[in-house]
Ligand binder design. Structure first.
Ligand SMILES: NC(=O)c1ccc[n+]([C@@H]2O[C@H](COP(=O)([O-])OP(=O)(O)OC[C@H]3O[C@@H](n4cnc5c(N)ncnc54)[C@H](O)[C@@H]3O)[C@@H](O)[C@H]2O)c1
Ligand SMILES: Nc1ncnc2c1ncn2[C@@H]1O[C@H](COP(=O)(O)OP(=O)(O)OP(=O)(O)O)[C@@H](O)[C@H]1O
Length: 582
């Protein structure tokens, strides 16, 4: 019966009394259970019959489908029993039962995807460890050959790496390799690749690059070497290789950056449309040249503005093409930002993997994370480049959108996209008037369904940004955790959570959700999510190593007091005459 093969047919006895109505399904036809596709079957036929004795439990005979009325969304019912009114409510019960069965299948598939994502991550970490081991063996071999005065030419210089060859070779077409994010190029054979943030979401980056020797100044990250008491305890808690700072084994102790050789290349990022920022940049560039900083990178927009002022800035380098920008981490010792928190977020967004130490000068509005005074840039940079300099490892979140085999508007299947965020990823209901309906899982365990305006999943650094505004806790940036903060939940009992930093969170849109949802990454790059899509969030192994003005806790507490006026209150006056001693 072709109609049945296209739909699930559910039949059950029709007892006289409702309470004896069997709650479970008498039995779904085999072809339905075989196709436990997540997509709702196009047609669901619920058949009722007036002669229950024709049905045996668990077996479905041919149902005489005398008439079928399929309403608009393809769900129809054939009701032969004269007493239609009573059975319509049973009909809706049956639909709920079928929907529950579908939802169970959806949850099982989500758990399976979760597990697959976790195994994939473990596999990639193993790959990363192996490649780091190979590299350190290779560099040790190289060092010994250097002692034989063999001339070793630096194999990384601008334009030296043709990313296309990496992209085309088969072994580089994995979705991820060695931990860096992979970005699928959508601009085929473009001649001039203009630099834009969304271009980064489409880049293939193959980390074979780091198998080459980098020109970076080498450094060590150790526990607070300045403190004599800890000298004997010194051991590297944060591993790094070829300048890639990896916080796989996280430490929440004060960490210090000790240069083994003087940093000689910097990347300066400026807040746009700010004359004072550009003026400071010009001064800083000349000063850095005097400090023997041989390579100064800026963004193409900034170089154009500087050249308008003075053609002598020709020596400044830019990241003209995507491949230079993607490999910039291999040739920059220090990132300097001149702006506010957003400029720092912008700088972090350019590094889709490991990132050099970052010095943020405060030239924005609030500047919660930008602690260095621009007027003191000479003294600050001299001290930092001499070292040791305390740093705060601002852990980032790795976010991945998993589409539920969705055809996008331009008929290309929208593959999963990956993002690194320093503050948070927020999922909100956008322009939809319907409550958000977000099913949340933590390491496969069901957490809750968020029904409200949305959800914020934030890093400790982001705890003082959007999450704070939504009622989340203020968390020290070195506290290893992930904040789970609802946005205007329609519930009297929902409270924000702080989860461990080693968990994997999954936010799933139910197949039958009424509205859509929108994901934003550090407030940018909004992506629409549809029913069945999921967002996977976990702590990234690539932190932003933010240089402290003093040290982690002092900087943080000063910002909380001065930028957020936390607990600012008139002091309660003491009694003018001392109270009699007890
Ligand atoms: N309702 C809200 O409070 C709200 C709404 C949207 C976005 N945001 C935040 O804005 C961030 C984007 O910042 P932007 O500068 O690009 O946009 P923006 O210029 O609109 O700045 C938003 C404000 O958030 C502050 N801010 C950003 N990160 C912070 C942090 N880690 N701690 C304390 N304050 C912080 C900025 O200083 C700025 O004052 C997002 O990551 C999100 O956290 C907040
Ligand atoms: N180099 C850049 N290129 C493009 N956009 C940038 C760049 N630097 C900053 N932005 C954007 O400009 C906006 C304003 O920058 P920023 O947040 O630093 O200034 P602010 O808002 O005045 O300071 P604060 O964030 O401390 O309040 C931010 O949304 C940020 O994303």
């Amino acid at each position: 019966m072709d109609v049945l093969t296209q739909g699930a047919c559910v039949a059950w006895r029709t007892p006289v009394a409702r309470e004896s109505f069997p709650r479970d399904l008498v039995g779904l036809p085999r072809h339905f259970t075989r196709r436990h596709s997540l997509k709702l079957p196009r047609k669901i036929l619920i058949g009722l019959t007036s002669s229950p004795n024709r049905l045996e439990h668990g077996k479905i005979e041919n149902l005489a489908i005398r008439s079928q009325r399929l309403d608009s969304d393809g769900v129809g019912a054939m009701i032969t029993n004269r007493d239609e009114k009573n059975h319509l409510s049973e009909f809706s019960d049956a639909l709920q039962t079928v929907a529950k069965a579908l939802e169970d299948v959806a949850v099982k598939k989500a758990l399976a995807q979760d597990e697959a994502a976790q195994w994939k991550h473990k596999y990639e970490l193993e790959l990363l460890r192996n490649s780091q081991l190979e590299r350190s063996i290779a560099s040790r071999a190289l060092d010994s050959s250097r002692q034989d005065n063999l001339s070793v030419t630096s194999v990384i210089s601008e334009g030296d790496i043709d990313a296309t060859e990496f992209r085309s070779s088969p072994q580089n077409t994995q979705t991820r390799s060695n931990g860096y994010l992979q970005y699928k190029e959508t601009i085929q054979n473009s001649k001039v690749l203009s630099y834009s943030p969304d271009l980064f979401n489409n880049l293939y980056l193959d980390t074979q690059l780091d198998s080459k020797i980098s020109e970076k100044a080498s450094f060590t990250l150790t526990l607070d070497p300045v403190d004599e008491r800890r000298k004997e305890q010194n051991h590297d808690l944060v591993s790094f290789d070829d300048g890639d700072i990896n916080a796989e084994v996280r430490s929440n102790k004060q960490i210090a950056l000790v240069w083994n050789s003087s940093p000689a290349s910097v990347f300066i990022l400026l807040k746009p449309n700010a004359a004072a920022v550009q003026q400071l940049c010009e001064e800083m560039v000349w000063w850095l040249r005097e400090q023997n900083v041989t390579k100064i990178y800026v963004e193409p927009r900034v170089k154009a503005e500087l050249m308008e002022e003075n053609a002598d800035f020709e020596f400044i380098q830019t990241c003209e093409t995507e491949k230079q920008l993607v490999t910039i981490n291999k040739s920059v010792d220090l990132v300097i930002t001149l702006g506010g928190d957003g400029t720092m977020l912008w700088a972090a967004s350019l590094f889709k993997g490991p990132m050099p130490p970052l010095v943020a000068f405060s030239m924005g509005s609030l500047g919660f994370m930008t602690k260095f005074q621009s007027s003191m840039y000479r003294e600050s940079l001299q001290a930092i480049m001499k070292g040791p300099a305390y740093i705060t490892l601002r852990h980032r979140l790795h976010c991945q959108i998993i589409r539920h085999d969705r055809e996008t508007d331009d008929n290309t299947s929208s593959e999963s996209a990956e993002y690194l965020v320093l503050n948070e990823v927020s999922i909100d209901r956008g322009m939809s008037s319907a409550l958000s309906n977000l099913e949340c899982f933590c390491d496969g365990h069901f957490v809750t369904i968020v029904q409200g305006d949305g959800l914020i999943i934030s890093s400790p650094s982001g705890s003082t940004a959007y999450s704070l505004a939504a009622g989340g806790s203020v968390v020290h940036p070195q506290v290893p955790g992930i904040l789970f903060t609802p946005i205007c939940p329609h519930s009297l009992s929902f409270r924000p959570l702080i989860l461990p930093d080693y968990v994997t969170l999954r936010v799933q849109l139910p197949l039958n959700c009424r509205g859509q949802a929108w994901a934003s990454f550090d407030g940018k790059g909004r992506q629409q999510l549809w029913g069945g899509d999921a967002l996977i969030v976990r702590m990234s192994e690539w932190p932003v190593p933010a240089v402290c003005e003093k040290e982690s806790s002092g900087d943080f507490l000063r910002s909380v007091r001065e930028s957020l006026h936390w607990n600012r209150r008139n002091i309660q006056l003491a009694d003018e005459r001392p109270s009699p001693s007890h």
